[in-house]
Ligand binder design. Sequence first.
Ligand code: SF4
Ligand code: SF4
Length: 469
Amino acid sequence: MTEYQEDDSYRDHLATVDDKGKRIWVYPKKPKGKFTNYRTWVSYILLIILFAVPHIKIDGQPLLQLDILERKFIIFGNMFFPADNYIFVVITITLFVSIVLFTVAFGRIFCGWFCPQTIFMEMVYRKIEYAIEGDYKQQIKLDKQDWNFEKVWKKTLKQGLFFGIAFLIANTFLAYIIGNEKLWEIQVDDPANHITGLITITVFSFIFFFVFSKLREQVCTTICPYGRLQGVLLDKDSIVVAYDYKRGEGRAKFRKGEDRTAVDKGDCIDCNQCVVVCPTGIDIRNGTQLECINCTVCMDACDSMMDHVGFDKGLIRYASENEIAEGIGFRWTVRMKGYMTVLAILIVAMIWVLNSRNDVQAILLRASGTLYQKTEDGRFQNMYTIKLLNKTNRDIAVEIKNLSEKGEIKIVTPEIVLEPQTEMNTAMFIILDISEIEGFKQDVEIGIYSNGELLESASSTFIGPMTVK
Ligand code: SF4
Ligand code: SF4
């Protein structure tokens, strides 16, 4: 809590809920200014990327596809299978630590600049709303007025466009999961063949429509778990959108020609513009709050007012509590250095696991429920199943060789060509002479070769007679 705040009753309730627990609808004023312009450009670039990615291919493979249904993931054209789970664990932990580090240093900047919820809400849906219904005062008036022709056509057009965009988002969302070809099939083929796909698109269209037309800022203020984490991640050195209370208090209306320092007044002219533009309905002058998504529009609004009255800009700006209270600039705290060390270790681990990933994966399993069999020439054999997974986009002809110094192997399918991104199973035997058997159990190892190069090895156990030696 910032020092100047005497009345902290705002912490006991949400800005968008009244005393009776009823939702207070937020009508934010249309924002404009330098930061809004920057964010608009960033949003448009991110939106283009979001919609384009499912249609971009590398070597015939999607740039990114996260097929959670078939547990196949394609990242930058590289296929990952359930067998690569350990890579995802490392990537997920690395991402999590990066987010934590980023938040500790720069607060909720991600929410304001990069979060899809904010981008769609503020840069797409809200802009449509302003275009059809006008700025916040006209919107309030329209909502209060009785239903007439004007209200009907404006609301119908708005909700129709809202649903259209929700439908587009749902299709894109599905393209990230099943790929654009399968999505296209669903769209053009006989609907009877794609009931599940069509139901999924419809359900998600309604979910997105509900999120952006009704839930809106509630997603950020009450639902999003990342938002809830701010309380533990932020400290007094985190850079956030902050009101400079040292400079701004005591706030008082602007009077032309008045020497405000002489009458002990701060630079805040109490114009309320930072509050009316806020899409989460809060007053940033109350200090850092969980509802603040760092969208910068209050910075633009205040800068514009400061300009208007001839004061310096930056009364609301990116700053840490320590910068405002003590004048201490950005510094790398012990906590940040700790997270950075962990992050550096994880990045090295991630690069290592990605580099050590083989094109072919092999799992050697001894046929269950069997012991050994004696061959006609008096040797002993065990039967195995070998699972071979080709993770690449090309055919791979492989040869299986014995890597153990003892025995020989016999493969049911001697010539194996692995098709791209498929798994195949074949049976094989490992045969040992009585003189090579070390006891009831011993380790055996095979190698998967292609063009003479060892791609992968796999090991298992060999069961021999108990009374060999
Ligand atoms: S307080 Fe400012 S930065 Fe935070 S959500 Fe409101 S307008 Fe955006
Ligand atoms: S916009 Fe600036 S001057 Fe106006 S109330 Fe907010 S902080 Fe004060």
